[in-house]
Ligand binder design. Structure first.
Ligand SMILES: [Mn+2]
Length: 330
């Protein structure tokens, strides 16, 4: 099993013991891993008799409301007015920006920051950093962290961690799935994780609107002969005509990644007028899509990455779809 650096885990644990008011933060555009990790950590702190609050500075996806304490997650930092935190723990945030707290950087600059994450691109922005890119998910890191501390994982925490691991590995399909990942899941189920309820709630087939959007994206699928990526585009008009939202496209990148005769896939989404979001996937070991995303100011993992850039979606000269960037006026 992966070894959590005992020096780092003890450092984290003693910072928690000393702290009186802890702020837990996970990333904007929350997913199963970020939510599973923050809820599990909150329950862990309750078990340590520690005062803490959870913050996801964004809209929460209702699909995860079956998780314990979900409705205690605060979604606006401004609601903590007057609170004084002496420890902030970032979970599943590849960098500080992902926390969505840029506007509050000044207020937080004197608070001890712990950064627990599994993104390759993590820049170790915390004072204490437990960053393990070789592990499937932040939830799996927490499983190993709690185990290293001999903390008894009860059924509620197990359910949260299981949710994080299953979503970030896409049910063991992604190649971040290791022997340790599967073993962790087995142990979590032994600890009472409600696997049936997790599967019922998160393994859902796409909705009608999703399938209509997939249809448009598939009809526009083009291989770019220069980049050798399968590329497609979704525009604001598509969302409007189908009365769908961007979240209805969720899952399309996993579906497209089944394509095996290209280097990878790129889905371009017109995000708001003048902005384009890109989502990149590959299954190949010799392709690093995080490097491509970096060219557009984004980041992520070697096999899954994304970016958001000022620009518009156009046809490329080499047969695919690309972003025509709008140069920033400085
Ligand atoms: Mn994650």
């Amino acid at each position: 099993m992966p070894i959590i650096n005992p020096y780092i885990s003890q450092n984290i644990f003693s910072a928690i013991k000393k702290a009186e008011n802890i702020l837990l933060v996970s990333h904007i555009r929350p997913d199963g891993d970020s939510l599973g990790a923050i809820l599990a950590f909150y329950k862990f702190l309750v078990g340590q008799n520690k005062k803490s609050v959870m913050l996801v500075n964004d809209v929460l996806p209702a699909g995860f409301k079956f998780l314990p304490h979900f409705n205690q997650i605060e979604t606006d930092f401004n609601n903590f007015r007057g609170e004084k935190f002496d420890l902030i723990i970032f979970l599943d945030c590849g960098d500080f920006m992902r926390s969505g707290l840029k506007n509050y950087e000044d207020k937080l600059k004197d608070v001890l920051a712990i950064n627990i994450d599994h993104h390759f691109s993590n820049d170790n922005f915390g004072v204490i950093n437990l960053v393990m890119p070789e592990i499937s998910s932040t939830s799996e890191i927490l499983y190993h962290f709690f185990s290293a501390l001999d903390f008894l994982i009860e059924s509620g925490i197990a359910t949260c961690l299981l949710t994080g691991i299953l979503t970030d590995t896409n049910f063991f399909i992604h190649n971040n799935t290791s022997h340790a990942t599967v073993k962790s899941v087995s142990e979590l189920i032994k600890s009472g994780a409600k696997i049936n309820s997790v599967l019922e709630n998160i393994y859902t087939t796409p909705s009608f609107k999703s399938l209509k959007l997939y249809g448009r994206a598939l009809a526009r699928l083009q291989i770019d002969t220069e980049t050798e990526l399968a590329t497609t585009a979704i525009f604001l008009d598509d969302l409007e005509e189908i009365r769908a939202v961007e979240d209805d496209l969720e899952g399309l990148d996993n579906y497209l990644s089944l394509l095996n005769d290209v280097k990878g896939t790129l889905i371009l989404k017109e995000h708001e007028l003048g902005f384009v979001k890109g989502s990149l996937r590959t299954t190949r070991n010799d392709v690093d899509v995080a490097a491509i995303a970096k060219n557009f100011g984004g980041g992520g993992h070697k096999k899954a990455a994304g970016f958001k850039v000022a620009g518009k979606i156009v046809k490329s000269e080499t047969g695919g779809w690309k972003v025509e960037r709008i140069s920033q006026v400085t």
